[in-house]
Design a protein around this ligand. Structure first.
Ligand code: FES
Length: 142
């Protein structure tokens, strides 16, 4: 195109710097490969039970699970895959989960929607304390 300047040195450098990031993104989403953005399909050991105080909650981003503990010590676990458009939720403030994609908010103690656009509650997952560890996720199907 006439008059269009050649790419500046800065543009070229920036393009080169972005390449590894783009490559990583493609790898994580390869078709047919295991997706990282899903809830557990089998029980997973999340960590020490003592990490969650009564009335508190903890977000396990690597597993897309949030676990909360009620005042009596009971545990609840929910998938943190947003029910609006399936983004993994990456933020927990107190017991409020906030989706980065469109701002939906959920209550980590019961999975209920606090703020739309999501309208469906988070999916509850089985959870138990085993030997001082928190284990959450559905039992394997026989
Ligand atoms: Fe979470 Fe849209 S995917 S608000």
């Amino acid at each position: 195109m006439p008059g269009r300047p050649a790419p500046s040195r800065r543009t070229v450098l920036r393009g080169a710097a972005l390449t590894p990031v783009a490559g990583l993104g493609l790898g994580a989403c390869s078709p047919g490969g295991e997706t990282v953005d899903s809830e557990p399909t089998a029980p997973v050991d999340l960590g020490a039970e003592s990490e969650i105080a009564p009335g508190g909650a903890k977000l396990y981003r690597d597993h897309n699970v949030v676990v909360s503990r009620d005042a009596e010590g009971g545990l609840k676990a929910y998938s943190t895959i947003c029910t609006h458009a399936l983004c993994p939720i990456n933020k927990l403030e107190g017991t409020k989960l906030i989706c980065p994609c469109h701002g939906s908010e959920f209550d980590a103690t019961n999975g209920e929607v606090l703020q739309q656009p999501a309208t469906a509650p988070l999916k509850e997952l089985p959870v138990q304390a085993k030997g001082g560890r928190i284990v959450a996720g559905p039992a394997p199907t026989a």
